[in-house]
Design a protein around this ligand. Structure first.
Ligand code: X8Z
Ligand code: ZN
Length: 662
């Protein structure tokens, strides 16, 4: 028991220890060294006073670590000591509690991240066991912390403490029941699902073993209906064994969410947006209704062009489009079929895949190129360790999770990416996407642990994409990848290529969680997992399974984020946000070109404005961060609609007299 005087004593003790540590550091000149290092950095010219304040906070954390190590090594013990408090809790108790949990999270995160990194880079039984043990430990600590945080619900704490407590209560992606057997089971299921996906291959009729990367290339380039169908079906053979695991994972995670006071896991996920969960769902519907007319125009045009390529018997003009003909394994992004639907007399201005080949760009050079965009805006170059520790190419001798990801191992500067890069324009964009995560992680690293996150999860996904919107013909000429910039009169091609990537994605970005939310709420039951998935695919995207699906099919499992349990609405949001960010940054940079021709390359004012938003992390409701850059507190699809307005006019003309809809 701590009690009021106890907590006051602890606070004094922490402060005394912190200042003792600062004095020790000063004496050993470490502090002067750190201050000098920090204040010489490009983007972070903060005053030494601010640094001193932050170091005090750091020292408090160090002091609590020392105390925690000797007295209460686990989160559970820490939370028990606060929650078993019989006297009224105070803001001082909240300070002690939050400091202690932050400190424990730093350690657990580092341990968990390392285990997860090793597992994802070397998938074996052993690494899966180590990763699930680490994940169990941090989930249990997270659940205990969330339960303990709720004890402060009616305590008069500061607004910052309230935000930190709410974050503790809400942000677990997969909460475990408070029963160690069940939490162990949940962690093991997670690792098994990850392995099934990561190790997935398809052996074709000639006995050739194909990886997802191999199949992705074929889906992008083949125009052979049957070969595409073979790839599409083959990849989906990986997922039937996931179904029972997924069913059980849902039960356990729902029980975990119930224990934290949520109706189900979906409600918990929707509670992370600084607004009531139901309002968030309505926001998504509102945004989708803004974009849907443009999607419908694009769908109608693409379907009729595909019908010309494959024949009306294969692509009927009044039916959803068969899902294997859109250049992508999940029909989520259609840029790879540009050649089939290209407007006549248009020119997207570049074929990055071709130019990368012409200029013999290596995978590392692609990453260096993307880094250069960020440094041109004033961001510090990536650390040497990034180049030493990242995974850039698919190893031939072991199983890895190839799905691209960005990591921040230690919340300091150990940032990395993990990708099996293919030398294509699409992957060049993905590299920008991943580096966006890394530069964001770095920008908020001086925030308290609780706020070391994006303003909402869409922001994290939007930053690199925002930068990639500036990869225009003008920019590619500037960096020597192309020789001439096509005339503006041919821009319909450029807009079409971009719409195939961005507009085509939006209903997919929405439907994945529409499906999951209904699974979590029990509205979709295991018998209906697959049929409901295809109903939603038809309803939102207007695409259909090209063949009847087997009774045991579990097609959602063939999409990375389902077995990985990564929420997906974030990508839908990111697509709205990136066009608003791009427009705002172009305005700041003084751009006078049409928005689709604007590149903020080299513009330090734009970089500074972007960094101001990134540095905030999640310290404020996302609406405030949004306002800092866009001037608005509400997301709006007008920026994306304005960007594509000339294309929409063109599509409407092309679609005249056609039967649209699905
Ligand atoms: O998963 C990703 C990134 C990593 S956060 C590569 N994306 C989604 C996907 O691949 O399905 C980016 C776009 C959507
Ligand atoms: Zn991402």
């Amino acid at each position: 028991m701590i009690g009021y005087f106890g907590s006051l004593f602890l606070t004094i003790k922490y402060l005394a220890m912190s200042y003792y540590i600062i004095i020790k550091m000063l004496v050993s000149r470490n502090l002067f060294y750190i201050l000098r290092q920090k204040s010489s950095s490009n983007n972070k010219k903060r005053s030494n006073m601010k640094q001193l304040f932050k170091l005090s906070a750091l020292a408090i954390v160090i002091a609590t670590t020392l105390t925690a190590c000797s007295e209460q090594p686990t989160t559970k013990a820490a939370t028990t000591s606060v929650t078993s408090e019989s006297k009224a809790l105070t803001a001082d108790d909240a300070l002690v509690f939050l400091t202690k949990i932050a400190n424990e999270q730093v350690e657990l995160n580092l341990e968990g991240n390392r285990a997860e990194w090793i597992y994802q880079n070397f998938i074996t039984e052993d690494t899966a066991a180590l990763s699930s043990a680490a994940s169990q430990k941090s989930t249990e600590a997270g659940v205990a912390a969330a339960v303990a945080a709720a004890r402060f619900d009616n305590v008069d704490v500061t607004p910052t403490q309230r935000r930190q407590l709410n974050i503790l209560k809400q942000s677990l992606v997969i909460p475990a029941p408070q029963d160690s057997k069940k939490s162990a089971e949940l962690a093991q299921i997670g690792a098994k699902l990850g392995s099934l996906y990561g190790k997935g291959t398809y052996t074709d009729k000639d006995g050739k073993v194909l990886s997802l990367g191999d199949m992705t290339s074929i889906m992008a380039t083949s125009r052979d209906y049957d070969q595409l169908l073979d790839m599409w079906q083959g990849w989906r053979e990986i997922s039937p064994p996931m179904k029972d695991l997924y069913t059980r994972q849902t039960e356990l995670a729902n029980e975990g969410a119930n224990g934290l006071g949520y109706k189900d896991l979906g409600t918990m996920w929707r509670s992370n947006y600084d607004m009531p969960a139901d309002d968030f769902a309505k926001e998504l519907d509102r945004l989708w209704l803004q974009v849907k007319p443009l999607y419908d125009d694009l769908h109608c045009y693409v379907r009729s062009e595909l019908s010309k390529t494959y024949g009306e018997d294969k692509v009927a003009l009044d039916q959803p489009i068969p899902a294997h003909l859109l250049g992508n394994m999940w029909a989520q992004s259609w840029g790879n079929i540009y050649d089939l639907v290209a407007p006549e007399n248009a020119d997207p201005g570049y074929d990055v895949t071709k130019q990368l080949e012409v200029h013999n760009y290596s995978e590392i050079e692609m990453v260096k190129g993307a880094e250069k965009f960020f440094t041109s805006l004033g961001f510090e170059a990536l650390p040497q360790t990034f180049w030493e520790r990242s995974l850039f190419t698919k190893p031939q001798d072991r199983d890895v999770i190839c799905h691209a990801s960005a990591w921040d191992l230690d919340a300091k500067d150990d940032i990395r990416i993990k990708m099996c890069i293919q030398r294509t324009g699409e992957e060049f964009s993905t590299i920008h996407h991943e580096l966006g995560h890394n530069f964001y992680q770095r920008a908020y690293q001086d925030q308290p642990v609780y706020f070391q996150n994006s303003a909402n999860d869409g922001f994290h996904e939007a930053i690199g994409d925002t930068i990639a919107l500036s990869v225009t013909p003008k920019y590619l000429k500037e960096i020597g990848l192309i020789d001439t910039i096509p005339d503006e009169s041919k821009d319909i091609g450029l807009l079409m290529k971009m719409a195939l990537e961005k507009i085509a994605f939006m209903p997919f970005g929405l439907m994945v969680d529409q499906w999951r939310w209904q699974v979590f709420s029990g509205q979709i039951t295991p018998e209906n997992y697959n049929s409901a998935w295809w109903e939603l695919r038809e309803k939102y995207q207007g695409v259909a399974a090209p063949v009847a699906r087997d009774a045991d099919a579990f097609d959602p499992g063939a999409k990375y984020h389902v077995p990985a349990n990564t929420p997906y609405s974030r990508y839908f949001l990111a697509h709205i946000q990136q066009f608003e960010f791009h427009r705002a940054l172009c305005g700041i940079s003084g751009n006078t070109d049409p928005i689709h021709r604007c590149s903020i390359y080299n513009n330090k004012d734009a970089g500074k404005a972007l960094n101001t938003m990134l540095e905030m992390g999640s310290s404020q409701p996302w609406q405030q961060a949004y306002k800092v850059l866009t001037g608005n507190e509400q997301m709006d699809a007008r920026a994306i609609l304005d960007y594509f307005a000339p294309l929409q006019t063109w599509l409407k003309q092309k679609n005249e007299g056609k039967q649209c809809g699905f």
